[in-house]
Design a protein around this ligand. Structure first.
Ligand code: WTA
Length: 653
């Protein structure tokens, strides 16, 4: 790998950034190496207001169940709201909400505090208390952010479910979390369309399938007509009437679960990643400060949905903890046209823009076919920093982003991290790190990522291996909700010397030591930056019991979405072809959308009388991956029980 092309930070960047130059970066790394706990403790004291200061930093006596700052008490909502008002930022804009139709609402820190407090009081009035789980199934909105903050304020543990997930997925999450409440909206507005939310909640909760659940709170977004379950459903605006805008924060222990967020793993069942309060907030704030170099005058825009971890850390928590101003966008990048992002950057004078490679790639395509939506037509001079997250960014997309969006002057922080890590793990720091397109560069100070072999031994630079994190860090996953054994097995397998297993492969450049992520090493796909387990999609397909006998799912590279989902399906009826195959493929896609959500629909479906298997009956996935890519199968197929099957799988529907 040649890493000769480097982009150095400008002198101005190095002089003014929170972390100044590589010397600044190296000093922080050295500080963490010399005194690991001291490094984190001093940042935790500097960035967080503790109601009860901690005296212990890391407790590893029950590893891998690590505890950070465990005798400290704090409240995240206090840290994000009250504290900023007390510091004189009450009138500062916290959130700039831009609706799908372009309407803009600004919410100051004082207003957000009042809003969150009223909602927190309303939740308490409904009996929600510390430790209860509240599922949030909402559109991108001020109310969505406020709902998360209100939970944090009273010590309830939120679990946000992305608004694109199906009733079945929502039901699984409500059940697994044992939620007492769902907060939702009548409908959501995206790309000029009204999309249902409440009716999906109704379906998820039908037949008393979630016995822990008491209330469904409905935010009226569109006024569309919805069904109503008396005694269970309540309008948010009615609930807020008469609630005081004063609500004393509930001080919780540092390890108190701030939230659960369900994500895909290698088995069929999504796992509830449990995050802490103190350690999580620390890394959210620290990475916002160092990676995004957030300053008082910045307008920060993270385009992620609050249903994903990126929206949690870099919309609801990180920027607010630092008193920043940020955009919350309801719509989609392509409505009313594919210039929407650029138009919004110009309109709001966005200074820091954080999005996903898949969005960049699709906007490149759009700009190539329609000159009018090319970023050159918009005034993007307010931008000073760009970010990328969710999947590897290919160098060509990186260069375009750098040149056409950043005007050649904005550093790009390619941030590698995961739902489980809570915040950035490997990332450039904009005033320090020389950038190499396609590489997430170096570990964040204090983060001990490394590349090892199957036995946990370090591999030399230039040789690929398994990405691990050697030492526990404050914002790490605490457990999988309700399944500590699965937590241990998934992230701390015994052969890896007590290192955290990220699930990605990586390689370090022989000269620079820069990391490049080579992709998941487990059965997890990354489609448009959305994580999905192949087994989850397989189970969804075989749950179509009237049609499907067997299914196998693999990923293949895709120019726009990064990876695309390919399903190999054996039907309970003769193998179809032509129009019949097309119709069945559509039926199966719709079925998967219903089981999981539209994001999980397979792009290609291939039918066979059987799946290619070894003589011992194991599905040969590497063969399927080759077929999915359209490659000629050159691998040795002599161990294949049924080689003729390969010909059948040639056609994708
Ligand atoms: C992938 C999203 C390369 C990776 C924050 C990881 C990346 C998974 C990058 C986590 C990046 C995320 N470069 N790959 N900058 N960022 N990934 O949990 O495979 O939705 O394990 O968290 O996305 O996805 P998740």
């Amino acid at each position: 790998m040649s890493q000769s092309k480097q982009y150095l930070p400008s002198a101005e960047w190095s002089a003014n950034a929170h972390v100044k130059g590589m010397d600044g970066y190296r000093a922080l790394v050295a500080e963490a190496e010399a005194d690991y706990e001291g490094f984190w403790a001093s940042r935790a004291r500097e960035l967080i207001s503790w109601q009860t200061p901690f005296t212990k930093v890391l407790n590893d006596s029950e590893a891998p169940f690590f505890k950070w700052f465990e005798d400290g008490r704090l409240n995240v909502s206090y840290n994000c709201l009250d504290r900023n008002v007390e510091r004189g930022l009450g009138d500062k804009t916290a959130l700039i909400f831009e609706a799908d139709n372009g309407d803009v609402t600004r919410v100051s820190y004082s207003e957000l505090l009042a809003k969150v407090s009223r909602l927190a009081n309303a939740l308490k009035a409904r009996g929600v208390k510390k430790g209860d789980r509240v599922v949030i199934y909402m559109p991108m909105s001020v109310e969505g952010v406020a709902a998360m903050q209100a939970c944090a304020r009273i010590g309830a543990t939120h679990s946000v479910v992305f608004g694109g997930f199906s009733a079945q997925s929502l039901r699984d999450r409500v059940q697994d979390a044992g939620a007492v409440m769902v907060i939702t909206a009548d409908e959501q507005l995206r790309g000029g369309k009204q999309l249902p939310l409440k009716s999906i909640v109704d379906e998820a909760l039908a037949d008393n399938s979630c016995p822990t659940l008491k209330d469904v709170i409905v935010y009226q977004r569109t006024g569309g007509s919805i069904a109503w379950v008396a005694g269970r459903d309540l309008w948010l605006h009615e609930l807020l009437e008469g609630q005081s805008s004063d609500c004393a924060p509930e001080w919780v222990e540092s390890e108190h679960p701030l939230f659960l967020l369900y994500t895909s793993g290698s088995t069929g069942k999504p796992k509830g990643v449990q995050h802490s309060t103190g350690g999580y907030l620390l890394h959210a704030a620290l990475t916002t400060k160092w990676t995004f170099d957030l300053k008082p005058d910045d307008v920060f825009w993270c385009t992620a949905d609050i249903g994903w971890v990126t929206g949690h850390t870099y919309i609801t928590y990180g920027p607010l903890a630092l008193g920043g101003t940020e955009i919350v966008f309801e719509g989609v990048p392509t409505y009313p046209d594919a210039g929407r992002f650029w138009q919004m950057i110009a309109k709001h004078k966005v200074t820091i823009f954080y999005t996903a490679p898949t969005a960049i790639r699709s906007l490149i395509k759009a700009a190539e076919t329609n000159e009018a939506v090319h970023p050159k037509n918009y005034d993007l001079s307010s931008l000073r920093l760009l970010g990328s997250v969710g999947e590897p960014i290919n160098p060509a997309a990186w260069e375009w982003y750098h040149q056409h969006v950043g005007g050649g002057r904005c550093p790009i922080v390619d941030t590698f991290w995961q739902t489980e890590t809570g915040g950035h793990m490997i990332t450039p720091l904009p005033g320090a790190t020389p950038l190499v397109p396609g590489s997430c560069t170096l570990p964040f100070p204090g983060i001990t990522t490394a590349i090892v072999d199957e036995l946990g031994n370090d591999v030399p630079n230039g040789q690929g291996g398994i990405l691990v994190v050697k030492k526990p860090w404050p914002s790490m996953i605490r457990t999988i909700w309700g399944d500590p054994e699965r937590f241990k097995k998934s992230y701390y397998p015994s052969e890896l010397k007590g290192y955290y297993l990220a699930g990605d492969g990586a390689i370090r450049d022989a000269e620079t030591g820069y990391f490049t992520i080579t992709g998941r090493i487990d059965d997890v796909l990354n489609v448009s930056g959305h994580r999905m387990g192949t087994m989850e999609i397989e189970s969804a397909l075989v749950s179509c019991t009237e049609l499907v006998a067997e299914a196998a799912v693999v990923g293949r590279p895709d120019d726009t979405t990064g990876e695309a989902i390919c399903a190999f399906v054996v039907l309970k009826r003769p193998r179809p072809s032509g129009d019949e195959a097309k119709a069945i493929a559509k039926q199966l896609r719709d079925h998967v959308a219903k089981e999981i959500g539209p994001i999980a629909k397979p792009k290609d479906i291939r039918f066979g009388d059987n799946l290619p298997k070894t003589r011992s009956g194991k599905i040969m996935r590497r063969l399927l991956r080759a077929v999915a890519k359209g490659e000629a199968v050159t691998q040795d197929t002599s161990t294949l029980e049924n080689p003729a099957i390969l010909d059948q799988l040639g056609q994708a529907y």
